[in-house]
Design a protein around this ligand. Sequence first.
Ligand code: UN1
Length: 487
Amino acid sequence: MTPTDEAHDLLSRLGVRAEGYLTSLSPIDGRPIGSVAEAGPNDVAETCERAHAAFLAWRLVPAPRRGELVRLLGEELRAAKEPLARLVTLEAGKIVQEGLGEVQEMIDICDYAVGLSRQLYGLTIASERPSHRMMEQWHPLGVVGVISAFNFPVAVWAWNAALALVCGDPVIWKPSEKTPLTAAAVMAIVGRALHRFGDAPDGLLACLQGGREVGEALVDHPRVALVSATGSTAMGRSVGPRVAARFGRSLLELGGNNAMIVAPSADLGLAERAILFSAAGTAGQRCTTLRRLIVHESVADTLVVRLRTLFGKIRIGDPREPQTLVGPLIDEGAFEAMRRACPEVERVAAVDGGFYVRPAIVEVDAQQGKMLQETFAPVLYVVRYRDFDEAIALNNAVVQGLSSSIFTNDLKEAERFLSAAGSDCGIANVNIGPSGAEIGGAFGGEKETGGGRESGSDSWRAYMRRATNTINYSDELPLAQGITFDP
Ligand code: UN1
């Protein structure tokens, strides 16, 4: 079946009526697979006002009841897992296994958020004043705007939406204009969950399709309390200050330039498999993709030979074929960017109209030039090191700070890598690759990666506001710091 026919079939199975002028092209063959209606100039403001009205009602719904909506969403996602994953494959080009994994991340975060809906804990704090109680409460924040990228076209929305909903916040989603159909499909699934839930306020979950102008209008709208944006550092550099200028909050998940250190004691068999998945998986188009391999000189020759053999055997092609490991790049622009970083890139003739490349290994003498930038394609730079301090310094010597990993069987090295003087990234792993994080941990990174944390741990706090409350149950009015102020 052509991607176009299959998309038609999947959209009807998912209950999506896709029609409009924003056309989606499949990276598999570069041909149109459907189109959706774009948001017009007035739609953003209207949607924000409706979402704010929804907020005024939703914030009063008990959090565990809000969790019930997320539970239903998780059920609907389970029911739609296979067709939604296949649509991700058609629209983002990732292999079926990874499409299924992406929808599984959505289901996992829903389960997580349902549990969280009974655990939005605040602290009780010792007061210095007699017969006083001090505590903090976490309250719903307001409308959350979610801007997501093509490479995780549905999961990133889910990380934000599942948490925002239990935290009491409506969500307005501006998906990538490269992946409008998967967003439309998610909204159809949302519609079914809302229908089963029954009495959710109108405007609680909205989606605005379109290009940059739509995103900018959302970013600037005073009703949007939190802008959660995933994408390039250039995008974040524009979004962050705009939101800050109106004292809004932003949660930024930007570029990564992730490294792996391979130490002399490393299990090279394990390292090799981790490198394959994290450098070549998703055709190198994850923000957590492995881009820099920092290898001890004693094992570098062996490892590079093994990797070249392994990379030479990677099956590249139509991501719908079960044996394919690497599908197409998203579009020609991505191919050109890869060619600029690596002029010797081998384009593979897989399906006409698609941009298929063989993941590349580039050995360099020093970490400089293109290696310092995030090229969103499967280019793996290899640099050698002599001593461990040098390896950590190389890991940290880039402007991005998302993910990192080390392969070592030396406990001291592993612990040093994880210590305050070790990796400066938001994610640091031992004996696994830098990509493919679980939703239970906080996800995000430092420096030009933007500092935001999504998903697990206490990331939910970004979606709420904190109130500190002091209650006096005495008949006196003692002042803090022992101040007397008597008339
Ligand atoms: C992204 O590429 O924007 O850790 C997110 C991972 C995935 C998420 C990647 N769970 O690779």
